[in-house]
Design a protein around this ligand. Structure first.
Ligand SMILES: C[S@@+](CC[C@H](N)C(=O)[O-])C[C@H]1O[C@@H](n2cnc3c(N)ncnc32)[C@H](O)[C@@H]1O
Length: 310
């Protein structure tokens, strides 16, 4: 029996159109929905069927529309960072971040004819690395116009990137793409900025074809007590202080990161994150903590949700 998990959880979206349990469902189905309150009718995205990726959500007209506190903060945070982003990001991680990125890009194993979606592409560093390594084409998506502006300049200035990289304003929570449209997908430093990481990973997995790879990079917190204590001291004092040397925006970013990274792991372990990926229809999930755990690269393979299991 097909189930709408959003309904089961008492989500406020109530689909008008009945789902016929006998009819095979696409992984994602669109339906009109009635939302209580002013304005009432809104579109709902039903991400889930059959007990795997459970979610129903309202659709908005753009990142700023109906943005929650977290999204508004992310939009504001990244509006002031594009200019120095590439160099400062590497410097604040003591040169480790480029190494983590290389590991993530290596995990994608794309072919030259493949089409890869890079979500939260920012200034386009991962898109650039994917093209240089594989010769593939890349769609870079980000909700920040400011960050994408930098990515655009990078692409326009480069003969190799120009025909291979296209850039799209959009949100990871509501990708403007069809099911299975991409061969592979990457995302970097994204999940701390979304309200519902589990639903977002479902949405990311949705647009990858079965057999395609999904790879991500995120900051981590070292698990060994000594390194953990040193990391915390650096995050609390070093990050804002070093950021201050660059600009007020980077000082604020340093302060933000010193809270946002430990908060992200306060109630979830790396094993929990891997389980979350698996529930989103990603198999063979590998987790590689790097630089004593300060960076975490994860990757896995999209499975076909529509293949009946025994
Ligand atoms: C720390 S930056 C990472 C940029 C880039 N991936 C890199 O290689 O460093 C995080 C990026 O995620 C974007 N972002 C945050 N939340 C997002 C969302 N919900 N949808 C799309 N982009 C998002 C921000 O605008 C920002 O460009």
């Amino acid at each position: 029996m097909k189930k709408l998990i959003g309904q089961e959880r008492g989500h406020r979206c109530v689909p008008r159109r009945a789902i016929d349990p006998g009819r095979p469902l696409q992984l994602t189905e669109m339906a009109r929905a009635t939302v209580p309150g002013p304005g009432t009718a809104r579109r709902c995205r039903l991400l889930v069927v059959d007990g795997r990726c459970g979610h129903a959500e309202t659709m908005s007209d753009g990142p700023a529309a109906e943005a929650g506190e977290r999204k508004r903060h992310a939009l504001q945070l990244f509006s002031g960072l594009p200019r120095h982003y590439d160099r400062v990001g590497a410097a604040l991680s003591f040169g480790q971040d480029p190494r983590w990125r290389r590991a993530m890009v290596a995990a994608v194993r794309a072919g030259s004819r493949d089409r890869v979606l890079d979500v939260a592409t920012g200034t386009g560093m991962v898109a650039d690395a994917l093209v240089r390594r594989y010769g593939c084409t890349v769609v870079g998506l980000d909700q920040s116009e400011a960050m994408l502006g930098r990515a655009r300049a990078r692409v326009q200035a480069d003969d190799l990137l120009r025909p291979r990289v296209s850039l799209v304003v959009g949100e990871a929570e509501r990708l403007p793409f069809a099911d299975g449209e991409f061969d592979h997908l990457t995302f970097t430093y994204l999940l701390r900025y979304v309200d519902d990481p589990a639903a977002t990973v479902c949405e990311l997995a949705r647009v990858v074809r079965p057999g395609g790879r999904i790879a991500s990079l995120e900051f981590g917190v070292p698990s060994a007590p000594l390194w953990r204590a040193l990391w915390k001291a650096y995050a609390r004092v070093g990050l804002p202080a070093l950021g201050r040397l660059v600009s007020r925006e980077w000082r604020d970013t340093g302060t933000f990161l010193s809270r946002s990274i430990p908060d992200f792991y306060a109630h979830r372990s790396l094993a929990d994150l891997a389980a979350l990926w698996e529930r989103a229809g990603i198999a063979d999930v590998d987790v590689r903590p790097m630089s004593l755990g300060a960076g975490v690269v994860m990757w896995g393979t999209r499975v076909d949700e529509r293949t009946p299991t025994a």
